[in-house]
Ligand binder design. Structure first.
Ligand SMILES: NC(=O)C1=CN([C@@H]2O[C@H](COP(=O)(O)OP(=O)(O)OC[C@H]3O[C@@H](n4cnc5c(N)ncnc54)[C@H](O)[C@@H]3O)[C@@H](O)[C@H]2O)C=CC1
Ligand SMILES: O=C([O-])CC(=O)C(=O)O
Length: 335
């Protein structure tokens, strides 16, 4: 029996993500939580003949904790998206929602895998960690900031530049760092198969890096006030959740992905910090998934001079975002 919960399930990402999780045969129970319409979305999905039993919950009568009770995995796309002209940092208003949900998780399912989609991921993951630490239930191996959309974008964009089919992750390109602009560091020199035609063409390479770093802005602009990426994010979130589920409950070994994680001493991230030459406590890095979440944190490996420059820029921009999340204090509840 595997229980998954989506928090923010009635939103632009939440609905298609919930659909994709409903289609995942590993999941036997799917709870949908939102401040609006979660019951309706659940009723709709419940007519699809797959194993997951779907139930919707609203905030009344402690609905969040009821939804979360006994969850094995919680996926969180709750909170406002960007409009044109905004940076992800402008979405720090979502910190309060994240702290509230983290507290509910601490109360109802402290051992669940927590997949954070809500932006700004560079800050909301620290907000989750700090709230879970205060509640005494923080397990760095189970808290995963979802940067997987950057990975699927990198693969798709490389294939399209090279005129190759954009079939499922044909190009494997690790993307490390964070999840916004210059903090997104695609390691094109590590692409598999290798892409010498791009690496040896500065103009092509710069354009490609820029498109991967600002892929989110491309969608925000095209939607013109109607939000940001939802469908591609739902696909990325469901695929990433499936990797976690297969490693935890499907006996799948050795899956390596990137996710934005805590690198504190308890997480075993000291080696990476030395490799990057920084004391940042969060970074998106290569991880091997296993039954308890992050089985191993793997080295970033060899990068070229262009990537060394991008790494420096990423580290510089990430620091203040992490600090902002670390020092967030939720407003006291209204009496
Ligand atoms: N990590 C990533 O790569 C990406 C992250 N995002 C982020 O995901 C978030 C959601 O985006 P969309 O689905 O487009 O927004 P949306 O506005 O369509 O949906 C958000 C949902 O969250 C719900 N919500 C608000 N407060 C809540 C609470 N306290 N508890 C539970 N649910 C609550 C809303 O009712 C709404 O249904 C945004 O912050 C966006 O920036 C978006 C794309 C990619
Ligand atoms: O750009 C945004 O605001 C949403 C997002 O994180 C992405 O699409 O990568």
């Amino acid at each position: 029996m595997v229980k998954a919960v989506v928090c923010g399930a009635a939103g632009g990402i939440g609905q298609p993500l919930s659909l994709l999780l409903k289609l995942n045969p590993i999941i036997t129970e799917l709870s949908l939580y939102d401040v609006v319409n979660a019951v309706g979305v659940a009723a709709d999905l419940s007519h699809i003949p797959t194993p997951a039993q779907v139930t919707g919950f609203l905030p009344a009568d402690n609905g969040a904790e009821k939804a979360l009770k006994g969850a094995d995995i919680v996926v969180i796309p709750a909170g406002v998206p960007r409009k044109p002209g905004m940076t992800r940092d402008d979405l720090f208003v979502n910190a309060g929602i994240c702290a509230t949900l983290a507290q509910a998780i601490a109360n109802a399912c402290p051992k669940a895998f927590i997949l954070v989609i809500s932006n700004p991921v560079n800050s909301t993951v620290p907000v989750f960690a700090e709230t879970l630490k205060k509640a005494g239930v923080f397990d760095p191996k189970k808290l995963l900031g979802v940067s997987h959309l950057d990975i699927i974008r990198a693969s798709t964009f490389v294939a399209s530049v090279l005129g190759k089919p954009t079939e499922a992750l044909h190009y494997t390109i690790p993307v490390v760092g964070g999840h916004s602009g210059a903090t997104i560091l695609p390691l094109l020199s590590q692409a598999k198969p290798a892409i010498p035609d791009i690496l040896n063409d500065k103009e092509k390479r710069d354009a490609l890096v820029n498109r991967i770093q600002f892929g989110g802005d491309e969608v925000v602009k095209a939607k013109d006030g109607a939000g940001s990426a939802t469908l591609s994010m739902a696909q990325a979130g469901a695929e990433f959740a499936n990797y976690v589920l297969e490693a935890a409950f499907g006996g799948k070994k050795g899956k390596v992905v990137q996710a934005y994680i805590n690198l504190g001493a308890d997480a075993g991230g000291e080696g990476i910090k030395k490799e990057i030459g920084t004391d940042l406590d969060y970074f998106s890095v290569n991880i091997e998934l296993g039954p308890s979440g992050i089985e191993k944190i793997l080295p970033i490996g060899q990068i070229d001079d262009v990537e060394k420059g991008l790494l420096e820029a990423a580290v510089k921009e990430l620091g203040p975002s992490i600090e902002k999340g670390n020092s967030f204090t939720p407003a006291p509840p209204k009496l």
